[in-house]
Design a protein around this ligand. Structure first.
Ligand SMILES: Cc1ncc(COP(=O)(O)O)c(C=O)c1O
Length: 257
C-alpha cells in the first residue's frame, strides 16, 4: 500500500482515496491493514479515507458513510455539500449506540458476521463448482467473481447482457462484469451475504436456467436495450448518440445492484 501511495502521490501528485468499505468483513487468516494505521504517510494532505455502514453492518439502506481527510480545503468543500445531505440526529444516535458497544462488537457481532460470511461463501462456491462455474474466492467482502464464459452464446458483452437478462427473467439478480468495467465478457459478481436456504435456491435456479439456456439455439437478435447499453456511443437505431452521458448512467442504473 505504501508503494502505491508513494508512486501515485510523489510521481503524479495524485490524491488517493482509500475506500475501506469492507474493512471489518475480512475473514480467513487475512489481516487487514487500514491506511489510517500507517505511521508515516507520504502525503497526509493527499490521502483520504472512506468507510460506510452499508457492508460491515449490513445497513446499506441507512445511507451513512464516513470521509476522513486532513485536507482542510476538501473538508470545507464537502461540508458545504453535506448541508444538503446531513445524517438525521436519531440515526446518528442509534449508530453511535452500536459503535459504543465495543465489547458486543468485538466478541459477538463481528466474529458471528465473519463466520456467517465465510460459510455463505463456501456454500456458494461449492454449489457453483457443481454447476461447473469457476470462482475467484475472496477473503473479505460480500461477493465473489464467477466465470460464466462457457455459457455465453458468443464471447461478447452483448452475449453477457443477454445471459444477465435471462437470469433476471428467472428471478436471479447478479451483476455483469461490464457494469464494473471488466475488460473480458462473461464474468459476473455474485453477492452471498444471505441465508443458506436462499443460496441453495439460487444455485438450483441457476442450474435449471443454464441447462435450458444451453439448449437454446444461438440467435443474432440481442435486444435493442442490450445494444444501447453495450455500445454507449450509439443509440438503439445504431446511429451515434448525442447523449453519451445519459447512456452511461442508464447502464449504471440498470446493471449495478
Ligand atoms: C467497494 C465499494 N465501495 C463503496 C460502495 C458503496 O456502498 P454504499 O453506497 O451502499 O454505502 C460499494 C457498494 O457496492 C462498494 O462495493
Amino acid at each position: 500500500m505504501l508503494i502505491c501511495l508513494y508512486f501515485s502521490i510523489h510521481r503524479y501528485e495524485l490524491h488517493v482515496i482509500m475506500d475501506e468499505i469492507y474493512m471489518l468483513s475480512v475473514y480467513d487468516d487475512t489481516t487487514f491493514t487500514s491506511v489510517l494505521s500507517l505511521d508515516c504517510l507520504p502525503d497526509p494532505e493527499r490521502t483520504h479515507f472512506m468507510w460506510g455502514f452499508s457492508k460491515d453492518f449490513g445497513m446499506s439502506g441507512i445511507r451513512v458513510g464516513v470521509l476522513y481527510t486532513r485536507n482542510h480545503e476538501i473538508r470545507k468543500a464537502v461540508n458545504q455539500l453535506a448541508v444538503f445531505h446531513s445524517c438525521p440526529g436519531p440515526v446518528q444516535h442509534v449508530l453511535s449506540q452500536f459503535l459504543r458497544d465495543r465489547d458486543w462488537l468485538d466478541n459477538v457481532f463481528f466474529p458471528t458476521n465473519k463466520k456467517r460470511l465465510k460459510e455463505a461463501q463456501n456454500i456458494l462456491v461449492d454449489g457453483l463448482a457443481d454447476v461447473g462455474i469457476p470462482v475467484l474466492r475472496s477473503s473479505g467482502g460480500l461477493y465473489v467473481w464467477a466465470d460464466f464464459r462457457k455459457f455465453l452464446k458468443s464471447q461478447t458483452f452483448e452475449a453477457e447482457l443477454e445471459l444477465w437478462q435471462k437470469l433476471l427473467d428467472k428471478k436471479l439478480l447478479i451483476s455483469p462484469g461490464k457494469a464494473f468495467y471488466c475488460c473480458e465478457p462473461g464474468w459476473f459478481r455474485l453477492v452471498f451475504s444471505n441465508s443458506a436456504d436462499t443460496i441453495y435456491l439460487c444455485i438450483q435456479r441457476l442450474e435449471q436456467m443454464l441447462h435450458s439456456y444451453a439448449a437454446e439455439p444461438v440467435t443474432n437478435n440481442t435486444t435493442s436495450t442490450a445494444d444501447a447499453l453495450c455500445n454507449p456511443e450509439k443509440d438503439s437505431s445504431g446511429k451515434p448518440s448525442s447523449t453519451r452521458g445519459k447512456d452511461v448512467s442508464q447502464l449504471k442504473n440498470i446493471l449495478v445492484y
